[in-house]
Design a protein. Structure first.
Length: 333
């Protein structure tokens, strides 16, 4: 509990309380002086490495044994940024560079009284990670594994930081996954691809119906006009399903090659011309693309990336589908 002032620091007289305006303040009758208690400024840093945040385990009370961001009080004549970097080095052994403001929060603490926490995103630029004299341990934690923190203001700052990085992390995750089509997703709902998958999955029948209407009336696909529409619909639903799996990383290059080699052989036997089968594949790509675009305004960074990602994935999938279909036709000669 924060101790109250009892004696004047200048004349040692007993402190009284007097009303000033609408506030009761400590007052020294001898000095005829009011004493003002202002919030104490606390500087905190968020240092992230490989999407893990650096935390300090407190060695002394208050909150001994609890984890928190590298934090400490600003000194007289010291900027809040300088205080943040000083505390970071004292507690963790590393030198940092402030690269951005994250959060400011007013709070009350039973031990210190009223506090103002100012938190900065900070880059590790030097030094070696080592617990300081007032730290029991220092460690990087994944955001999903952050322990209970000593200060609510630290929790709020980390939440705000994570929210500010959400779209960037989604893009990074999506790109990382896209470099290997056979890689399994580690979690649901955190990739840009997941949004695309949901759009296509929830509207597969609509996309298929539009494709069917197109191939049955398009001059480039005459055989489809006389084919069984139910069979054609089943086939296109299967292709759309494959593309969903491709986006999600569950459909490999080998799967794609084997299926479309077989498809080419089968369409050749059924009397389709290669040109119209390739046209039908191209129309599938067209209707998926047009429907996906119709669902978004593509105004935010993540939406624009989603559109670019979809276009790139479609190119990879349908170009390979067309190539292996043509190879399948050649084998049936």
């Amino acid at each position: 509990m924060k101790k109250k002032r009892k004696y004047c620091p200048y004349c040692s007289s007993k402190i009284t309380v007097r009303n000033e305006g609408d506030s009761l303040r400590d007052y020294c009758d001898s000095c005829d002086m009011f004493f003002y208690d202002n919030p104490l400024p606390v500087a905190s840093t968020i240092v992230v490495k490989n999407r893990e945040v650096l935390l300090v385990k407190r060695k002394f009370d208050p909150y001994k044994g609890h984890w928190c961001l590298p934090s400490g009080f600003a000194e007289i004549g010291e900027s809040i940024q300088a205080a943040a970097l000083r505390e970071l080095e004292e507690e963790t052994g590393i030198q940092g560079k402030v690269i951005g403001f994250v959060n400011v929060n007013s709070t009350h603490n039973n031990f210190y009284g009223d506090l103002i926490f100012v938190t900065f995103e900070t880059e590790w630029i030097g030094g070696e990670l080592l617990a300081g004299d007032d730290a029991e341990a220092v460690k990087f934690f994944a955001f999903e594994e952050i322990p209970h923190l000593a200060f609510e203001s630290n929790i709020m700052a980390l939440q705000r930081y994570a929210e500010s990085k959400k779209e960037y992390w989604e893009i990074v995750d999506s790109f990382s996954m896209s470099i290997s089509s056979s890689k399994k997703k580690k979690r649901e709902g955190n990739f840009v691809s997941d949004k695309l998958i949901k759009i296509i999955e929830h509207n597969a029948e609509v996309i298929a119906a539009r494709w069917l209407n197109d191939v049955m009336t398009n001059k480039s696909t005459p055989t489809y006009a006389t084919s069984d529409s139910k069979v054609s619909l089943q086939r296109i639903m299967w292709v759309i399903g494959q593309f969903e799996k491709w986006l999600g990383g569950y459909y490999s290059k080998k799967d794609l090659r084997e299926y479309y080699l077989k498809l080419g052989c089968e369409r050749k036997k059924e009397g389709f011309e290669l040109s119209e089968v390739l046209s039908a594949i191209s129309l599938t790509r067209k209707h998926i693309w047009e429907f996906a675009l119709s669902q978004q305004m593509w105004t935010s960074t993540i939406d624009i990336y989603s559109a670019l990602e979809l276009e790139r994935r479609m190119m990879l999938f349908f170009d390979r589908a067309s190539y292996y279909t043509a190879r399948g036709f050649e084998k049936e000669r």
